[in-house]
Design a protein around this ligand. Structure first.
Ligand SMILES: C[S@@+](CC[C@H](N)C(=O)[O-])C[C@H]1O[C@@H](n2cnc3c(N)ncnc32)[C@H](O)[C@@H]1O
Length: 286
């Protein structure tokens, strides 16, 4: 029984990190004329209304995107993401942000005629929202099925160009290993793809296990060029709750690390406090 609904969390600090990276990756992919596959294993609803009861109940976006949207002197690397949110909210000020895009909403802004979009979502309500959101969006394929298996079934893409986002809810502890294993298996089928894996920092040990799985040669894992990015609002804790958020990125665009070096201190300044920290680590070299 799935209970996670991204509508409660849309636009929070974790979305800001994930979606600013996704924006930079997709922007990079569209610099070449040749088409690519965008594959989203856990798509959510596609677009979120921040005025609805879910977002208002938690108010998480108020400590995320709402704190950035009207800032001046945004770092250049964060600008494409902020522009995208601004375009969706032409009359916005910090109190009345109306719409926030999920990962399919971000992708929609970049996908061209020569590209194709493959979205997986299991939740019976969110799949309906997602289907409505994608109405008339050409070359978009939406499936209500397990995204981990769905990704593997699509690789390698015929164009040999692809971006895969793996963004599980981590309701189940097994998601941590399943997500890494999906990338390891995917990489064997398609070693030149860009893979973005999102994770929450709830228990540090679970993140360490993911790192070990990525770097452990015993898994016959040949992954190269793996970047880890993390932004934590507070120190690690044994209490329940997400203190930070991170991404593992296989085959990131060459300038992504430099771009995030600019973005991360800014996020700490605007969204964090003196207990916040960030990290950018090339875990495996090219
Ligand atoms: C964190 S949310 C996704 C948010 C979205 N990627 C975004 O950035 O806007 C995770 C989603 O995965 C869905 N989900 C859970 N298990 C799944 C699975 N095995 N396959 C596909 N979707 C799944 C949940 O219903 C939920 O909507």
């Amino acid at each position: 029984m799935l209970s996670y609904r991204h509508a409660f969390h849309a636009g929070n600090f974790a979305d800001v990190l994930k979606h600013s990276v996704l924006t930079l990756v997709l922007d990079y992919m569209t610099r070449k004329e040749k088409g690519f596959h965008y594959i989203d294993s856990h798509s959510g609803a596609g677009m979120y209304q921040l005025s609805n009861e879910y977002a208002q109940k938690t108010g998480e976006y108020k400590d995320g995107i709402a704190k950035l949207i009207n800032e001046e002197n945004i770092p250049e690397a964060l600008q494409p993401y902020i522009n995208l949110i601004s375009e969706l909210n032409p009359d916005s000020n910090t109190s009345d942000l109306d719409l926030y895009p999920g990962s399919p909403g971000i992708a929609k802004r970049f996908i061209r005629r020569q590209d194709s979009t493959h979205l997986f979502e299991l939740h019976s309500t969110d799949i309906k929202h997602l289907t409505d959101f994608c109405y008339r969006w050409k070359k978009t394929f939406i499936k209500q099925r397990d995204g981990y298996q769905g990704v593997l079934g699509l690789l390698p893409p015929p164009s040999r160009r692809g971006v895969v986002l793996i963004d599980p809810p981590y309701e189940l502890k097994e998601d941590y290993q399943k997500a890494v294993n999906t990338i390891i298996k995917s990489y064997k089928k398609f070693a030149t793809g860009t893979y973005i894996l999102w994770y929450p920092v709830v228990k540090r040990e679970l993140v360490e296990e993911m790192k070990r799985a990525f770097t452990n040669k015993a898994f016959n894992n040949n992954i190269k060029n793996l970047l880890q990015i993390e932004f934590c609002l507070s120190e690690d804790s044994d209490e329940y709750g997400m203190t930070g958020t991170g991404l593992f990125i296989v085959n990131p665009p060459w300038q992504l690390a430099a771009q995030m070096n600019e973005v991360l201190p800014y996020l700490k300044e605007k969204l964090g406090d003196s207990n916040s920290n960030f990290m950018l680590n090339q875990l495996i070299d090219e």
